[in-house]
Design a protein around this ligand. Structure first.
Ligand code: BES
Ligand code: ZN
Length: 626
């Protein structure tokens, strides 16, 4: 069964009502999304040896965990698993090996199933655990694609998505960002395919069907990643390049040509890039996210291939995670804003330098509007950057709060202390906590020591904590604005009111973001013949820009513009990225008349979607029955 509670719906949150005082034993520093006890044991290294079996849709082989025992009394090692078949467990120590007893504990819908391993009395402070296992075809991390769902249509593919709590569905391990591990792997695949990982991929690797990887820098488990497919490589710059199917290689090289410049800019601002190469893996449309910052190799949706580089802020974002997230990691998912908010902030800074401020201001305004929509859905306690979090789904419990409120918080600090001082602060932060895992409170303490405590500091800690612990936005925030978007909104209103004709609005030099804002600015009661007129003039139903498509089809569904329902159906069939399609399903459900249509579109497309996307849509559809 897939996760029940997910990105856009907050069923679990209803269980934790606003007025409930935190239970006495709630510990904000604890990761509530693992069965592992990292006070008793920590993993230091992982060695994987896996066969990739496309026929059975399983990874099969061994995981060897090098463990250190912190609590001398602890006799049972608990690992996270989900839908794994465990064949044997062996303890290795000082050259001796002995089989260990093991059993599964009770399964939990979000967390999977604890695996309890009985340690022999002889086990000392350091030992290895060798686990022979296989994944299930239902692994929530893995999508097994038949050739038809790839660009080339001839070879199968599989890829992983471990964040937030799905590494455990392809490797038995302590699945928590609270600890970091190094890893190595041997992956065997059909001979014609290439395996890549969040590790030292060598662009010149011969295709042998057996691939070796090393990841010498310690990473949290959610950054473990594997993909196998008909991938080829093309360089972008000295340390950057692209892996993808040959059919997408040229388009990807064009679209993401600025990646090397982004990397160099980020290094100048925030200190050395610690990971060796930085490559992109462009996946099929079913990849559930825009991007995933797997170290050395970000996984990327092909929906960014708009042909005009207009959506590459996602690349800046995933690259920025090489500092915020991968180098300095949130201790628990409750501290996710340290990953996502700081990354969104850095993304904007990089985009300002490589493109221009006006472009970034457009994105800031669109993000702010998304945040306001999320504030309508997310209960107040969950609107804090660092809320109480012990039962909601960490894959998206508060929508975009971590991202956009997080970015606005850091922009607020930047404005208060000045750009130079704040840049120096962030650089020092990455140096101080490099390869560390920290809580919101550690961030605040460091901010306190570096900036708040200084003579005449413009902000107090209490003012800062309104962001981390309070709902909504503090009232002294400065809101983003964009002259381009204001013009687009004004044009939308003038046209809606009948004051101008569409033909008079010169949109040739408008960015996709301006068009998006125009679409979102149309009054709710605009008659459908005007919507039809807009579609005819701008060919929105045929747009090849995925963000315009998303915006348009949300409106099509919300307004029940049935002329475009076929195109809407094609859109949700063609794309599998949650952000692009889940809100369209939700808008169909919420218009009160199209639940059945949503269900039948989902039934048709479901087998094309990744398990994460399936779970999000199921939630949207289920909430229709509430
Ligand atoms: N790390 C996230 C993706 C993620 C978040 C996966 C939470 C699982 C749980 C990634 O960096 C991300 O934020 N992707 C965004 C793009 C970004 C520009 C907002 C996305 O997928 O849309
Ligand atoms: Zn991110």
């Amino acid at each position: 069964m897939h996760r029940l509670i997910t990105l856009f719906i907050f069923l679990a949150l209803t269980a934790c009502s606003q007025d409930d005082p935190p239970a006495d034993d709630y510990d904000p520093g604890r990761d509530y999304f693992t069965f592992a006890d990292t006070n008793a044991f920590v993993t230091e290294h992982l060695a994987l040896d896996l066969d990739v079996d496309f026929e059975r849709r399983e990874l099969r082989g061994f995981a060897m965990l090098s463990m250190r025992r912190l609590d001398p009394e602890a006799g049972v090692l608990v690992l996270d698993t989900r839908d794994l078949r465990i064949d044997s467990v062996t303890i290795l120590e000082n050259g001796n090996s002995s089989p260990a007893g093991f059993e599964f504990g009770e399964s939990h819908v979000l967390l999977g199933t604890p695996l309890r391993i009985e340690l022999p009395d002889t086990a000392g402070e350091s030992f290895d655990v060798m686990i022979e296992y296989a994944t299930s075809p239902e692994s929530t991390a893995l999508q097994w694609l038949p050739p038809e769902l790839t660009a080339g249509g001839k070879h199968p593919m599989v890829f992983s998505q471990s964040q937030a709590v799905h590494a455990r569905s392809w490797v038995p391990l302590q699945d928590t960002p609270a600890i970091r591990i190094t890893y190595e792997a041997t992956i065997r695949t059909p001979e014609s395919l290439l395996a890549v990982m969040s590790a030292n991929n060598d662009p010149l690797t011969p295709r042998t069907g057996e691939y070796r990887f090393d990841m010498p820098q310690p990473i949290p488990s959610y950054l473990l990643a594997l993909a196998v497919g008909n991938y080829y490589f093309a360089p972008l710059g000295e340390e950057t390049g692209i892996y993808t199917e040959p059919e997408l290689l040229d388009a990807s090289v064009y679209e993401f040509a600025d990646t090397q410049a982004m990397l160099e800019t980020a290094e100048e601002m925030y200190g050395p890039y610690e990971w060796g190469r930085y490559d992109l893996l462009v996946l099929p449309p079913s990849f559930p996210y825009g991007g995933m910052e797997n170290p050395r190799l970000s996984f990327i949706t092909p929906s960014l291939l708009a042909g005009d580089r207009s959506l590459v802020s996602v690349i800046a974002h995933e690259l920025a995670h090489s500092w915020s997230g991968n180098l300095v990691t949130n201790a628990t998912w409750r501290d996710g804003w340290l990953n996502e908010g700081m990354t969104s902030y850095i993304e904007s800074r990089l985009m300002e330098i490589i493109y221009d401020v006006a472009r970034v201001d457009e994105e800031r305004v669109l993000s702010y509007h998304e945040l306001l929509l999320d504030f309508e859905r997310v209960p107040e306690p969950m609107q804090a950057l660092a809320p109480r979090l012990d039962d909601a789904d960490p894959d998206g419990f508060q929508g975009t709060v971590h991202y956009h409120k997080g970015r606005m918080f850091l922009e607020y600090l930047e404005q208060a202390f000045g750009r130079d001082a704040f840049d120096a602060f962030l650089k020092a932060y990455f140096e101080e906590f490099a390869f560390g895992t920290i809580t919101t409170e550690q961030f605040l303490d460091f901010l306190d020591a570096q900036l708040l405590a200084s003579e005449g500091a413009p902000l107090t800690r209490a003012e800062v904590e309104r962001w981390t612990y309070g709902p909504g936005l503090p009232d002294d925030v400065s809101l983003p604005s964009s002259a381009n978007l204001e013009a687009a909104a004004a044009a939308a209103l003038a046209w809606s009111a009948g004051d101008t004709d569409l033909a008079e609005i010169v949109v040739d030099d408008w960015s996709p973001q301006a068009r998006i804002h125009f679409i979102n600015s149309m009054p709710a009661d605009l008659p459908l013949d005007r919507i039809r007129e807009l579609d005819a003039a701008w060919e929105l139903s045929k747009s090849s820009n995925a963000e315009i498509g998303r915006t348009w089809f949300i409106q099509v569904a919300a307004r029940r513009f049935e002329d475009a329902y076929d195109a809407l159906g094609a859109f949700v069939n063609r794309h599998g990225r949650g952000r692009l399609i889940v809100p369209i399903y939700r808008a169909l459900v919420e218009n009160g008349k199209d639940v059945e249509l949503a269900q039948s579109l989902f039934a048709q497309a479901r087998s094309n979607y990744h398990p994460a996307t399936v779970a999000w849509i199921e939630n949207s559809l289920r909430s229709a029955g509430d």
